[in-house]
Ligand binder design. Structure first.
Ligand SMILES: [Zn+2]
Length: 76
């Protein structure tokens, strides 16, 4: 059984403003960065209005990283 390597990053375990190093190559990935220089968004999963899961790809090393643990309160 061969599966593509996908790293998982739990955002609730990240201190600070949400930046984290790529688990494979260490490049700093900032979820606020919308330029897609460092990473590309492959997949987004939403539940209702809230972002639940994000799959990104590191543009430096090509690793796929699954971001979980979004804690975005529902507004309204
Ligand atoms: Zn990387």
């Amino acid at each position: 059984m061969k599966q593509p390597l996908v790293y998982e990053v739990d955002l609730t375990k990240i201190q600070g403003d949400g930046d984290f190093p790529c688990p494979n190559c260490g490049v700093i990935i900032s979820p606020e960065d919308e330029t897609e220089d460092v990473y590309s968004i492959l997949e987004t999963k939403v539940r209702g209005q809230a972002l639940e899961e994000l799959v990104i790809q590191c543009n430096k090393c090509g690793s796929k990283i699954r971001l979980i643990g979004f804690l975005i309160p529902e507004i309204g």
